[in-house]
Design a protein around this ligand. Structure first.
Ligand code: HEC
Length: 92
C-alpha cells in the first residue's frame, strides 16, 4: 500500500511539473499572442494536417513566424513554441 501511494504521488508530481514547465508556458504565451489570428488550435489536430514530422513542424513554425505572423522571435523563443506545439498537439 505504501508503495502504491509512493508511485501515485510520484506520477502526480511529474504531471504537475509538465504543466508548470517554464519553457512550455513561455511557448504557449508567445503562441497565443502571435499565432491565433489566422487559425485556431484545430489546424494542429485536424485529420488532414500537413505537418508530419518534427522537422516539418520546425519549418512550418518558422515560416508562419517570419512570414504572416511577423513575430521576429529569437531561436530560443521559436524553439519553445515548437516544443509547446509538439508536446500539446503533434507528439512526434
Ligand atoms: C497571417 C495568417 C497566419 C498567421 C498569423 C499564422 N499562421 Fe500558421 N498557417 C497559416 C496558413 C494559411 C496555414 C495553412 C493552413 C492550411 O494548410 O489549410 C498555416 C498552417 C500552420 C501550421 C501547419 C498545420 C498543419 O496542417 O499541421 C502550423 C504548425 C502553423 N501554421 C503554425 C503557426 C504559428 C506557430 C504561428 C505563429 C508564429 C502561425 N502559424 C501564425 C497562416 C497563418
Amino acid at each position: 500500500m505504501k508503495i502504491l501511494f509512493a508511485i501515485l504521488s510520484l506520477s502526480l508530481a511529474s504531471s504537475a511539473y509538465a504543466e508548470n514547465d517554464p519553457v512550455l508556458a513561455h511557448g504557449q504565451n508567445l503562441h497565443d499572442q502571435k499565432c491565433t489570428s489566422c487559425h485556431n488550435n484545430q489546424v494542429y489536430t485536424r485529420e488532414d494536417r500537413r505537418v508530419k514530422s518534427l522537422n516539418a513542424l520546425s519549418n512550418q513554425v518558422n515560416n508562419c513566424m517570419k512570414g504572416p505572423a511577423k513575430a521576429d522571435w529569437t531561436v530560443s523563443e521559436t524553439n519553445s513554441v515548437i516544443e509547446y506545439l509538439n508536446t500539446k498537439f503533434y507528439k512526434f
